[in-house]
Design a protein around this ligand. Structure first.
Ligand code: IPE
Ligand code: IPE
Ligand code: MG
Length: 272
């Protein structure tokens, strides 16, 4: 049971927002492109890395909120395959902050029954980072609450290519090189095999692009873009994104509501 007292103080903005959310229709999987750390720092005349440092507080709050809302999955985009293009010092600081986060937060992840797993080309990360990731993954493996996926050295195209190669090697091994694969089989070999696709994709800091994130999985995600920069993104902003999500009509290529009923009536008339 969702404990709303743990999500909003009485009389707060969060409480007002929470009242507008239908807790029975929450997105099961929320994916977030955490963007705008650099701009947040620049606005304060600070080095870019200070934006990344401040962004950790947002990660903490959003992951905890997702757990308290009893969402199924949260996926945070933390480092793309393209982010290696950044200055060496910035990349090194990001990796250092990640290790620090994992060490400091493991206890909280355990207390909140959160299962942690990285997705991406993890073997391309520094061995010290891989060690911390593996440790956190193993420690939380038996937790049964929220699944927290962190995308690291992640690229949507890289994932699709890696999946193709994985499938080819399986088929070669089984001497089934003329097999025809379908969408379910393909999806079952992605980094996110066994994880439902995101229902809601949030991007902070206003950019209207997906930047190579979960290209396969976001086929029918509802997209919420906010101008809020990631270090300023808090529980109330997640609530706003969920309210926006719940105002959408998901059609999956079909027709909904009154129009769908008109078609059903027309079909009935035609068949009688
Ligand atoms: C997002 O913030 C964090 C990462 C990509 C690691 P940015 O660092 O991209 O911030 P902006 O877009 O330059 O403001
Ligand atoms: C996307 O943000 C990657 C992450 C959030 C990790 P970027 O800042 O790297 O994306 P672009 O360069 O604006 O497309
Ligand atoms: Mg950016």
């Amino acid at each position: 049971m969702i404990d709303v007292r743990k999500l909003a103080e009485p009389g707060s903005i969060e409480e007002t927002l929470l009242e507008r959310i239908d807790l029975k229709r929450l997105p099961r999987h929320v994916a977030v492109i955490m963007d705008g750390n650099g701009r947040w720092a620049r606005a304060r005349n600070l080095p870019r890395v200070e934006g990344h440092r401040s962004g950790i507080a947002s990660v903490r709050e959003i992951v905890e909120t997702a757990a308290r809302l009893e969402l199924g999955v949260i996926t945070l985009y933390a480092f793309s395959v393209e982010n290696w293009k950044r200055p060496r010092y910035e990349v090194a600081t990001l990796m250092m902050l990640l290790k620090e986060y994992l060490r400091k937060e493991l206890q909280t992840l355990m207390e909140n029954n959160i299962r942690f797993t990285p997705i991406g080309r993890v073997d391309g990360l520094d061995p010290s980072v891989q060690r911390e990731l593996r440790y956190a993954e193993e420690k939380t493996a038996e937790n049964s609450g929220l699944l927290f996926q962190i995308a690291l050295n992640y690229g949507g195209r890289a994932e699709i290519v890696d999946t193709c190669n994985r499938i080819m090697s399986i088929l070669r091994e089984k001497e089934m090189s003329d097999a025809v694969i379908d969408e379910d089989f393909f999806a079952g070999h992605l980094y996110t095999a066994n994880v439902d696709d995101p229902d809601l994709l949030i991007r902070t800091s206003g950019e209207l692009r997906v930047s190579n994130f979960l290209l396969w999985q976001i086929a029918y995600a509802e997209i919420h873009v906010t101008k809020v920069l990631w270090p300023d993104f808090r529980r109330r902003n997640l609530f706003e994104a969920i309210i926006d999500f719940q105002s959408r009509e998901r059609r999956y290529g079909g027709v909904e509501g009154a129009e769908a009923e008109m078609f059903i009536e027309a079909d009935d008339a035609a068949s009688s």
